[in-house]
Design a protein around this ligand. Structure first.
Ligand code: FAD
Length: 284
């Protein structure tokens, strides 16, 4: 197996306790030398300040490359451009450019802000005009719920790449075949940027099922059988979750995947264990 690359996604913490947990996780995962760590942007830009603070602290206190998520929902171009300029000035050279979900919640119809960027492709182009950011974007192996078909969805990805995106990070998925077929179709469409699988180890199965329903991600029957009785048994669930995610990652690695993006939910334990099983060890 060639040396594998990893990246970790965090969210901006709300409370001092959550902040402590995030920093413990950053400190534990940093020696694994991820390609980058990313920090999410709350729905509708609701964590603008906290995302900025978290990103700035990681830039200031670690050697990690940080990718700041940024959405264009419910904001004018000028507001989004100001955030981009602030990031560049603060030493943040990598963004994850996203449209964002509708302010009414996932599943509601999306209407772009009249004076804003309409989608992630426009945001990518706008960011490129401001500074030579590295730009990652989202992609959807099971298609985005707003997209009429996988082909339309891949067209949208192509527009993001044409606008300057250099990496796509996928929505989480649990059926590797779906991801691998999607990757083939993306390559068939002439898109050659890295398509990095987003790996979401199972924490609360109830919560995951709800979120997967909203995002259009399928939970295979096999997983339902494995996890359905474990929500009140966190110890066993954790062991099963590690095994399931390790199987998923190892199979993807056998199929040529060389970079994994872990949705950590600000916890280091499963992400660290998975890296270990993939042969990613601390670079002291
Ligand atoms: P886009 O790529 O702009 O569009 C998504 C889909 O909408 C397209 O595939 C297409 O079907 C349709 N569409 C949009 N515009 C058009 C058009 N002009 N013509 C035709 N079809 C169109 N959300 C947050 O709020 N904060 C985050 O930090 C965050 N991080 C994420 C990280 C990753 C890796 C991923 C995959 C998603 C993340 N999201 C986040 C969720 C994301 O904001 C939603 O999935 C959102 O609904 C779509 O964003 P996008 O950038 O993929 O949109």
């Amino acid at each position: 197996m060639p040396p594998l690359h990893v990246s970790f996604e965090f969210f901006p913490p709300k409370t001092p306790e959550m902040n402590d947990r995030l920093w413990r996780s950053v400190e534990k995962l940093a020696p694994l030398a991820p390609d980058f760590v990313s920090v999410t942007y709350g729905a509708g830009g609701s964590t603008r300040e906290r995302t900025h603070q978290t990103v700035s602290r990681i830039v200031g206190e670690t050697d990690l490359e940080v990718a700041a998520h940024l959405t264009c929902v419910a904001a004018t171009r000028a507001e989004v451009d100001a955030v981009l300029r602030d990031y560049w000035a603060a030493g943040v050279k990598h963004i994850v450019a996203l449209r964002g979900d509708p302010p009414g919640g996932i599943g509601e119809p999306y209407a772009p802000h009249p004076g804003g960027y309409a989608n992630a492709a426009e945001l990518t182009a706008g960011a490129r005009e401001i500074a030579p950011f590295e730009i990652s974007v989202g992609c959807y192996p099971e298609k985005h719920p707003d997209s009429p078909s996988v082909a339309d969805d891949i067209d949208m990805l192509k527009r993001k790449v044409d606008a300057g995106a250099t990496r796509a990070i996928s929505q989480f998925f649990y059926d590797n075949e779906v991801f691998l077929r999607y990757r083939d179709r993306v390559r068939g469409a002439g898109i050659d940027i890295p398509i990095v699988p987003g790996v979401m180890p199972v924490t609360s199965f109830k919560g995951l099922t709800r979120m997967a329903g909203l995002c259009g991600a399928t939970i295979p029957e096999r997983l339902v059988r494995l996890f359905q009785s474990l929500d009140d048994d966190p110890g066993t669930r954790q062991l099963v979750a590690a095994t399931v995610a390790a199987e998923q990652c190892l199979e993807l690695a056998e199929n040529g995947v060389e970079h994994f993006h872990f949705y950590t939910l600000n916890r280091d334990d499963l992400a660290y264990a998975l890296c270990h099983m993939l042969g990613v060890r601390p670079k002291s």
